[in-house]
Structures are given as C-alpha cells and as structure tokens.
Ligand binder design. Structure first.
Ligand SMILES: [Zn+2]
Length: 94
C-alpha cells in the first residue's frame, strides 16, 4: 500500500485578462508565457490550435470557470453578500 498518494495539482493556473466583452477573456498559454488566446465563454470557443479544430481545450474551460465565478460574484453582490471564495478562484487581471 503506498504511503502517499499524489493529489492532482491544478498545475495550469494562467493569467486571465478581461476584454471589452464581458464573456470574452484572454487566457495565457501554458507553454508560452505572454501568448494569450481569445476565449469566448458563452460560445465556448478559443483561438488556440486545438480550439481552431473545435476541440475542447483548457483555455475554454478556464474561461468558463472565470465566467461562472464572475456571475456568482455578480449575484452575490446583488444579494448584498460578499464572497471571497468566488473572487479568489482565479487571479483576474484587468
Ligand atoms: Zn484553447
């Protein structure tokens, strides 16, 4: 029996930049820092090579998670509740 089990690490935590369109983000590449892909969280599209072939990619998944977190924050703010959980889910840089 193994003494330690390796927990899956959320290794890919890219920088996410907002755009003029609320549901569109620029998500930084995992292997090429400084390179960003345009992710439309609502359409589920991404401009990375995988996304070009309409394959589900990690950028689109990140974009969707940020979109969900922002919606949660928006709803919480409307209800007068502050959620640091949603805010801390991803580092969002404007
Ligand atoms: Zn992608």
């Amino acid at each position: 029996m193994p003494r330690t089990t390796r927990a899956p690490q959320p290794a890919y935590r890219p920088r996410v930049m907002l755009t003029a369109t609320r549901s569109v983000y620029r998500v930084e590449s995992e292997r090429m820092p400084g390179v960003t892909y345009r992710v439309d969280a609502v359409a589920g599209t991404c401009t990375c090579p995988a996304g070009q072939w309409e394959k589900p990619c990690k950028h689109a998944r990140i974009g969707l998670m940020v979109w969900e977190a922002q919606r949660q924050m928006c709803l919480a703010a409307r209800n007068g509740v502050t959620t640091t959980e949603a805010a801390g889910a991803f580092p969002v840089a404007a």
